[in-house]
Design a binder for this molecule. Structure first.
Ligand code: HEC
Ligand code: HEC
Length: 244
């Protein structure tokens, strides 16, 4: 009986998720001073104003599947990031930055370049944002994991969680990415690239914070970040563990 109820509630949740109309990302009646990204140039801002069409986004995603996979979970070795459940604002900005060259990504550039217009970006973002975050991602599992996680937690909570959230949930209207469910090796590479000036499209505040961290500290933070869990947003290909 319990199982049946669980199955029913999961089915209802899925139906509610599918029925919810994705709205344009820009909330109505807000001022530029509250949302500095309203001042972004060109394509990004145009895409943010469009209403995303998930069905169309799913079809366009055929272009992306070979690398980011059907689940949009990417690769657990960190070579390709997980995209499912990422905020649409973040997805739109990153896609537009990759298209314009503001974020250098030679592997993906040819695929991003064939997208036609801001509507394609909005549709892809609406589709990806609505997917649940796969739990089977690359986490830090070396023998010193327990120590690294404890060290990383202390560092993360000191200066990073204000923007990326205590559970790695980020902030949709501020372009702060979701970190929960992201691969450890990808996070470490991005943080190192950002600190070392190889990802110039980054938020300047984030850059000034991270520039004070050394490689060992970043390793510990990435270990902790990849262990974060967002309840209700994550899913597993395996049956969930029984509650005690
Ligand atoms: C040939 C492989 C490949 C294809 C095809 C591809 N990507 Fe990517 N994508 C990557 C890689 C690799 C990265 C990470 C690069 C890095 O480390 O900075 C990436 C990064 C991204 C990011 C940034 C994620 C973040 O957390 O900042 C987004 C968004 C993205 N891809 C969306 C897409 C979409 C949408 C498509 C289809 C239109 C697509 N990609 C097609 C390989 C690919
Ligand atoms: C002022 C807010 C802010 C603070 C503080 C901040 N970040 Fe960020 N972070 C951002 C934003 C915004 C981005 C997206 C940048 C972009 O547009 O490319 C980002 C990107 C990232 C990414 C890349 C995510 C991806 O999907 O590619 C990582 C990893 C990250 N931050 C880790 C950290 C860590 C670790 C700290 C603490 C040392 C930190 N951040 C502090 C705002 C912040």
């Amino acid at each position: 009986m319990k199982k049946l109820l669980l199955a029913l509630s999961l089915a209802l949740q899925a139906a509610a998720l599918a029925a919810a109309e994705p709205s344009p990302v820009r909330p109505e009646g807000v001022a530029v001073k509250d949302y500095p990204w309203l001042a972004l140039p060109g394509e990004t801002n145009e895409a943010l104003e469009r209403k995303g069409d998930r069905k169309r986004g799913e079809r366009l995603y055929a272009l992306c599947r070979s690398c980011h996979l059907s689940s949009a979970g990417g690769s657990s070795d960190g070579s390709v990031p997980q995209l499912a459940g990422q905020h649409s604002t973040v997805l739109i900005k990153q896609m537009a930055d990759i298209r314009s060259g503001a974020r250098h990504n030679a592997t993906m550039y040819p695929f991003a370049a064939v997208l036609a217009d801001p509507q394609d970006l909005a549709d892809l973002a609406a589709y990806l944002e609505g997917l649940c975050i796969p739990r089977e991602h690359g986490q830090y599992d070396a023998p010193d994991a327990a120590q690294q996680l404890a060290k990383g937690k202390a560092l993360y909570e000191r200066e990073c969680s204000a923007c990326h959230g205590p559970r790695g949930e980020g902030a949709r209207y501020k372009f702060h990415p979701v970190i929960a469910g992201q691969h450890h090796a990808y996070l470490l590479r991005q943080m190192t690239d950002i600190r070392d000036g190889k990802r110039p499209n980054v938020n300047p505040e984030m850059l000034s914070v991270i520039s004070r961290y050394d490689d060992e500290q970043l390793l510990a933070i990435s270990a902790y970040q990849s262990s974060l869990v967002m309840p209700g947003r994550m899913c597993s290909a395996r049956p969930p563990a029984r509650k005690q």
